[in-house]
Design a protein around this ligand. Sequence first.
Ligand code: GLN
Length: 290
Amino acid sequence: MPKTEGAATLAAVLAEARRRLAAGDMDDPALEARMIVEHFTGTARKDAIATPERSVSAGEIANIDDAVNRRLAGEPVHRIFGWREFYGLRLKLSPDTLEPRPDTETLVDAVLPFVRETVRREGHCRVLDLGTGTGAIGLAIAAQVPEVIVTATDISAGSLATATGNAARLGLAARFIPRVSDWFSAVDGKFHAIVSNPPYIEAGAIAGLQLEVRLHDPVRALDGGADGLDAYRAIAAGAPEHLDENAIIAVEVGEGQGRDVALIFSEAGFRMASAHRDLAGTERALVFGG
Ligand code: GLN
């Protein structure tokens, strides 16, 4: 059935999107076709199985064609949709924000037990999310634990506006304090936990990243300086005066950076409490105590 015909079925539209993405050499045409078709038809995976004959309107087909074209031109699927899910939360993206990645959920999992324990002991938990981007880490923690109050910083005012909008849509605005800040420059007070997924790509490696990342994630959210570790140095240097007693710092690290990052924090007087692997088995989050 031609793709422009109004009476096209879900199965036919899905097959056509998959065929075009496969012909364009996309990594996972089946998955991305499904995501695009589900998004623009408001269906779920089970619908394609249970009701493959469901009709898809001409308008929906036009949206799907347009999205497939954008994908073929290199735009990541979630940039096309304008949002991505993180820790079960739908987060709006903007050109200023990194697209949150599932790997970063490792960091959230790593700190939640500590956050809950702090709440049991003190009735609340103050969390500082440095370089919040879409708000992903701070909002995920706040959504899981109602006694959490997050201060979220970003050097980009645009990012922070996106994060603040996400907090409002999720009903978390009352516990989400945004601050435009270059790491700690505009941060006051002390926290039970400092969390961050900072930029950690070596400056010289950015040109070699996948096009999806290089062209669509903001460079400022990626660039960690010459050796990729500048942000960790800034965080380790500023953290001591912003930590409560018994506080932790948890950071995401790039592949193979664990040892160097551990050294930076140990030289600043912290001891490593735990290391956490992502679903691919890569060391991804480190937790330090005072
Ligand atoms: N904290 C945000 C995230 O994990 C943004 C991180 C960044 O821009 N480097 O998605």
